[in-house]
Design a protein around this ligand. Structure first.
Ligand code: F6P
Length: 445
């Protein structure tokens, strides 16, 4: 079976091959905690067997629901934040025509996102876009009480009910939430929305292969069966307690680098369609590892774009970073550099070459330059931006994240730190029940 590949041959300097090999017993223990559920946070391991255990009935139901929305709606607004948004956004962006938003003529349903910010202008402009349009809503919140999506959903629900009437609005709304608990579950029951469940044992940032990610991806017209199949292949390929297990290898290497003083990992892509993959990855690793005063800081760059902004820092700044490059072997389309008789820009030496070949040389040149500059490099190669490979990549990173969190010595499946800003915001907005916090925060101002 073909799988995505990790190459650590350029990660050495502050660590050696034997440093990584010496991590194997510890990494195998961490892997066992993920696979056997014997570690901290083991009530959130529902994602481990999701690809192989997702039933055909559920997939059929998701696809049928997506088809219904695609038939009835010009726009589907997916409302959610963090893990209830980033996975779908990452996969849709990776698979989409970069200019899909500007191609108003193809009649395909457009997936737009809301509830991932509290931007007043963003919401105003979205409501304006939807004015008089046939639209539907997929509202996604595991807890059902997250402020950002709750505000967006209030506005969108009101708009949809005004435009389509209450009953039709209910038919055009799908809620993805907890099976029993929470405000969204209660509302969905009262209003009669079609619902899908986020299982108790799957945390938001590990939920892209549940209806949370699968429904928006299917609404956007992509093949969720292929995505799940790819993930299932990687599920099967990441159980061995060996450095051939690509997730274990990546987790062991990044922890070896961290222990050697490399505190920041920069995830780099050379394909603009992977920008949101970096955003998804940042949440996955940031929320999983950044706790107890520990954790590799996950940063992401889009190259070559950011070589003209962050390139200087990466090349010559503080040597506490390492870089992980997602390398896509083949592009979908073929385009060559044109020849020009005047050659004023001096580009004729590459005339006739594929744009992708130029990009690949930029990638190789960057990798060599950064390694020479003291930035260890891990390379992850996938053959193409297609559902199967993205499914593999998602599962690869999830599995590695669980192993890596245990290697780091934290509970990778909680995120207690996220509550701090919420408590302050509620106190400042004078939420009932927060009177003491309101007084305390006012005293600090
Ligand atoms: O799906 P919910 O409950 O709205 O949560 C959204 C996001 O908020 C967090 O709880 C905190 O950022 C994330 O872990 C989660 O992905």
């Amino acid at each position: 079976m073909d799988t995505i590949k990790v190459n650590i041959s350029n990660a050495f300097g502050s660590i050696t091959e034997s440093t990584v090999s010496a991590m194997l017993p510890e990494a195998s223990e961490a892997l066992a905690k993920v696979d056997n559920g014997s570690g901290a946070g083991n009530d959130f391991l529902g994602w481990v067997k999701l690809p192989s255990e997702t039933t055909a009935d559920l997939v059929d139901d998701i696809i049928a629901t997506a088809e219904r929305l695609r038939k009835e709606c010009e726009y589907v607004v997916c409302v959610g934040i963090g893990g209830s948004y980033l996975g779908a956004k990452a996969v849709i962006e990776a698979l989409s025509d970069s200019f899909a938003a500007y191609r108003c003529d193809n009649g395909a349903t457009k997936v737009v996102f809301a509830g991932q910010n509290i931007g007043e202008d963003y919401m105003h402009e979205l409501l304006q876009l939807l004015d008089g349009k046939r639209f539907g809503i997929v509202v996604i919140s595991k807890s059902g009480t997250t402020t950002e999506p709750a505000i967006a959903f209030r506005l969108l629900k009101e708009k949809l009910e005004q435009q389509a009437g209450k009953q039709k609005a209910a038919e055009l709304t799908v809620a993805i939430t907890d099976a029993k608990r929470g405000a969204l579950r209660q509302l969905a029951t009262e209003e009669g929305y079609k619902t899908f469940v986020i299982a108790d044992n799957v945390g938001g940032r590990f939920s892209v292969l549940t209806p949370v990610g699968l429904l928006p991806i299917a609404v956007a017209g992509y093949d969720i069966r292929a995505l799940l199949n790819g993930a299932a292949e990687m599920e099967a390929a990441t159980t061995a307690a060996s450095l051939d297990n690509q997730s274990l290898l990546y987790a062991a290497t990044r922890n070896a680098l961290y222990r050697a003083g490399k505190k920041t990992e920069i995830l780099a892509n050379f394909n603009p369609k992977l920008h949101y993959f970096g955003e998804w990855w940042k949440q996955l690793y940031g929320e999983s590892e950044g706790k107890d005063g520990k954790g590799i800081f996950p940063a992401a760059v889009d190259l070559t774009t950011d070589l003209h902004s962050m390139g200087q820092w990466i090349q010559e700044g503080e040597r506490t970073i390492f870089e992980t490059v997602i390398s896509v072997a083949a592009s979908d389309h073929e385009l060559r550099v044109p020849a020009d008789s005047d050659n004023l820009d001096g580009l004729n030496y590459i005339a006739g070459k594929r744009i992708d070949e130029v990009n690949k040389m930029a990638e190789l040149g960057t990798r060599i330059a950064h390694v020479d500059g003291g930035v260890p490099n891990i390379q992850i190669t996938l053959p193409a931006l297609q559902e199967k490979w993205l499914g593999q990549l998602i599962y690869f990173f999830e599995k590695a994240c669980g192993i890596s969190g245990y290697l780091l010595g934290v509970n990778p499946f909680n995120q207690p730190g996220v509550e701090a800003y919420k408590r302050n915001m509620f106190a400042l907005l004078e939420k009932p029940g927060y009177e003491n916090e309101t007084a305390a925060i006012r005293a600090k101002m």
